[in-house]
Design a protein around this ligand. Structure first.
Ligand code: BMA
Length: 849
């Protein structure tokens, strides 16, 4: 094989209107290069964001030189490949224009052989300001396009929102959890590729029919050759191989090889089985010789994934079936892990995906306002058994419909569908985030009020452009290249009907649902119980990060709900006030702002627990729950369950308990008895014992009941039902807790506490919690006991890591053992490793009121 690849290094950069070059990092961004050269202060600290808006008004230049020897020049083909350029970039090679790029999400590959010379070569990439580039487009259009989250004002642009004109990560322009940093840069690898003879450009293992008996596959191989070539195409995996003779004329060819694997090891998502993977290799071999002239390989899992939307009495189902098995989707919405994408190390990705798996998730939605994620994200999802709901990168905006723009979108879609289609985790392609329901074309008064600003002619034009992208271009690409994975035009959507029934404007019996009544519309938590759709793809509640994280962006003097910095790190208008309003409603008043931080996390956890339990209780009517949001892109008050530093909030621990495959839920409706439900996502029946005990605040057992319970595979069963009077028997409801324990195969598998009043009304006693290190555990295991009821016990460790449980209740006298695992950190192959937590602090709600 005669293949050469060279990653271009040693870059320098400067603003185009300046003279002095500074060292740069590639892949990287202008902002991070400015920071590491000491030219700007930390963009995430304080209100610095506001002072760094000038960066996006300038043009920036990157340059690198490299030597090429005669070995390279012997190769007939040399290409320059940019895996990602953000965004408007003009590339010259030795001073000659080679490429003009205009889409961050595309791969750029150009023939540069004629431009190169032996000895020293220079590549220059000049980034035009995305703002200066797009303002004229807005002017030319003559009217604004809706872009609800574009923080143009912060950028000094007034109401001129230009984000929609750029094929660039929408969240760079700001979002209701993210800062506005419209950066530029060579954000993915850049390299030279040289070769002779034929090359395999792409290998797709298309899964035509997969079940436990056989996997019927087609290897779709894209081969390019400059000369006529004859030989064999061999495909192999493990012991198996398939061969096809081919004769190719110069040009690009698609060659297919059929392959059948009997009794394949199927790929399963977490909770349903092992995520088995196969390694396929395609080779071009000269007949009679042993020499491989070109090769490509793919790591994939064999599985059948479907989105099943069957009409039923209530409307239509919305459920994923993996290998014929209905899967209740448990997960969250993912946003980019950083405002500056090249800061996200592989370790940070692993920490996120391992945290998702640790929390019992089996699905993540890559939301449409960020990026088509890096390969490692999907590799980790394949490995951990996490299904991916993949949005195309369009969110909360209307987009222009110029032919060139549409063409760019088609190519972007093709690049990304082809890049990601071998990942077994890809479960769905979704056109956009919330645009169908925000615009609500067929419902005059529906949506977010956008239509009101436009004439009927403009409306028809905007909708026609919408339809071109989301009802024509994207589904065609998915159909053609997606290997059979379903396409869903917008999230949320009821069904593509072309009339008012299309839009998911409220919770109905079909499609997916974004329910924001709680939070944005300030509805009570209880509404989570009443607004349950077929698939809950978004709902959320905010909290603050823990103190340690807050102190990375604010000094002690700014620790107040409405301080400048606290408002700068809250991007959802009245978010801080909303947290406070809800807290006033449900929780006792925190004693100070530091206590407020803790209490905000408890509040958020309670909200999302209520929602998840409601969704899971309603299985199989409801078949999925993805809360908003998994992670953060900077340190901020937001809906995330895990903060920017990867620290688990109370929510993450609560989710871990609420996503257990076998779980108890205690629910009291406004009317009717309290029920204890046993929810099982397991594929086999389970039997066990339910123990209900009523305790007073000091641990005296007041009443007890034990019963046998059984759950069939994948079910929700009512294990007990009773009125509050039956258990209270005249006792003060503020002074007792009902504790439910599920035992199966002789050990405890879940337990839940139920209170007869809200936390605000509960008589919370002062407690002493004893923490004992388990002998021989090397600091990794601790047993906690309290002398009175302790609500929301928070153990915080000096070291970064996670506990097996946290933010839990302690019933006096019932010990609880937790295990600590340290975050593996850079260089570690494991996300969490055994290790000492350092100094521990144990507190509970009573310490914060
Ligand atoms: C949904 C998301 C995001 C947003 C979140 C919180 O609309 O799709 O656009 O960040 O709610 O408002």
């Amino acid at each position: 094989m005669n293949n050469h690849s060279y990653a271009i290094q040693h870059w320098k950069f400067k603003a185009c209107d300046e003279k002095e070059w500074k060292p740069a990092r590639v892949p990287g961004t202008v902002h991070t290069d400015l920071l590491s050269n000491g030219l700007i202060s930390d963009p995430f600290y304080g209100t610095n964001e506001h002072d760094l808006q000038w960066i996006d008004r300038k043009d920036w230049e990157y340059e690198a030189s490299f030597d090429l020897d005669e070995v390279w020049f012997a190769l007939p083909q040399i290409e320059l490949v940019f895996d990602g350029l953000d965004t408007y970039a003009d590339v010259t090679v030795n001073g000659v224009h080679a490429l003009s790029a205009d889409n961050m999400f595309r791969v750029w590959r150009i023939d540069v052989k004629p431009l190169l010379r032996q000895g020293t070569n220079t590549i220059a990439v000049r980034f035009r300001s995305p703002i200066a580039e797009d303002l004229p487009k807005l002017e030319k259009l003559g009217y604004d396009l809706p872009a609800s989250n574009d923080q143009s004002e912060l950028g000094g642009l007034g109401d001129r929102r230009v984000s929609v004109f750029a094929r660039k990560a929408p969240y760079h322009y700001g979002w209701d959890w993210g800062p506005r940093f419209v950066t530029s840069g060579i954000w993915r690898e850049v390299r030279l590729e040289g070769w002779s003879g034929p090359v395999i450009r792409d290998l797709h293992i298309r899964q035509d029919r997969v079940n436990a008996t056989a996997a019927e596959l087609t290897a779709v191989v894209e081969i390019e050759t400059a000369e006529r070539w004859e030989g064999q195409l061999q495909l192999s995996t493990g012991e198996l191989s398939w061969v096809r003779s081919i004769a190719l004329e110069p040009g690009t060819h698609i060659v297919e090889v059929s392959a059948v694997i009997a009794q394949p090891k199927l790929w399963w998502c977490r909770g349903q089985g092992e995520p088995a993977m196969y390694h396929f290799r395609a080779e071009l071999v000269v007949v009679g010789g042993q020499e491989t002239v070109a090769e490509a390989s793919v790591h994939t899992g064999l599985r059948d994934i479907k989105l099943v939307r069957e009409k039923d009495a209530a409307g239509a189902s919305f459920r994923f079936e993996l290998n014929g098995v209905p899967v209740f989707a448990k997960g969250a919405n993912h946003i980019p892990n950083d405002s500056f994408l090249t800061e996200v190390t592989d370790e940070r990705y692993r920490h996120e995906i391992a945290s998702a798996a640790e929390s019992g998730m089996n699905m993540l939605r890559i939301w449409g306002g960020g990026i088509y994620e890096q390969d490692i994200f999907y590799e980790l999802c394949d490995e951990y058994g996490i299904l991916v709901w993949q949005d195309f990168m369009f969110a909360c905006s209307m987009y222009p419909g110029e032919p060139g723009f549409l063409d760019s979108i088609a190519r972007e879609a093709e690049d990304n569908v082809k890049r990601l289609r071998n990942h077994p985790s890809i479960a769905l392609w979704c056109g956009n985030n919330e645009i169908d329901s925000a615009w609500a074309h067929y419902e005059e008064d529906g949506g977010w009020g956008w239509k009101k600003d436009y004439t009927s002619e403009q409306r028809e034009k905007l909708w026609a452009d919408y339809e071109a992208i989301f009802h024509r271009i994207l589904p065609q690409v998915v159909e053609r290249y997606g290997g059979g994975v379903a396409y869903w035009p917008s999230s949320p959507l009821r069904e593509l009907t072309g009339d008012a029934n299309q839009h998911a404007l409220q919770v109905t019996g079909e499609g997916d649902v974004h329910y924001w009544g709680v939070w944005h519309a300030v509805e009570p938590f209880d509404n989570y119980n009443h607004r349950v759709g077929r698939f809950m793809s978004e709902y959320g509640f905010q909290s603050f990060p823990e103190l340690k994280s807050v102190l990375t962006y604010a000094p002690e003097s700014e620790l107040a709900l409405e301080s400048d910095i606290m408002l700068a790190h809250q991007k959802n208008g009245r978010g801080n006030q909303l947290i406070k309003e809800y807290m006033d409603l449900y929780l006792p008043a925190p004693r100070d702002f530091k206590s407020f931080l803790y209490m905000s996390q408890v509040l958020q956890a309670e909200a999302i627990r209520t929602a998840i339990e409601a969704h899971r209780r309603n299985k199989p009517y409801c078949m999925g729950t993805l809360y908003w949001q998994m992670n953060d892109c900077w340190p901020v008050a937001s809906w995330a369950g895990m903060d920017y530093y990867g620290r688990w909030k109370a929510l993450q621990y609560t989710v871990r308990r609420s996503y257990r495959d076998l779980m108890l839920v205690i629910y009291e409706p406004e009317e009717g008895p309290i029920s204890v439900n046993l929810i099982s996502d397991l594929q086999k029946p389970v039997g066990g014992q339910l123990r209900l005990s009523l305790y007073d605040m000091h641990g005296a057992l007041l009443k007890k009941q034990v019963s046998k319970v059984r759950a069939t595979a994948d079910s929700v069963v009512e294990a007990a039902a009773f009125t509050r009077e039956e258990w209270l028997e005249g006792r003060d409801p503020r002074q007792v807790v009902l504790h439910a324990v599920l035992e199966a195969d002789g050990h405890e598998v879940d337990s839940k506490s139920f209170y007869f009043v809200s936390d605000k009304e509960l008589s919370l006693p002062q407690v002493t919690i004893t923490l004992l290190e388990e002998d021989g555990s090397d600091g990794s295991r601790y047993t906690l006991v309290s002398d009175a009821l302790a609500r929301q016990v928070w153990i915080s460790a000096e070291e970064e890591g996670i506990f097996s449980d946290n933010y839990f209740d302690l019933i006096p006298g019932i010990p609880l053992t937790v295990e600590f695992r340290k975050r593996g950190g850079e260089g570690s192959a494991e996300p969490f490793v055994a290790g000492h937590p350092g100094k521990l602090i144990v507190r509970s709600m009573a310490d914060f009121v």
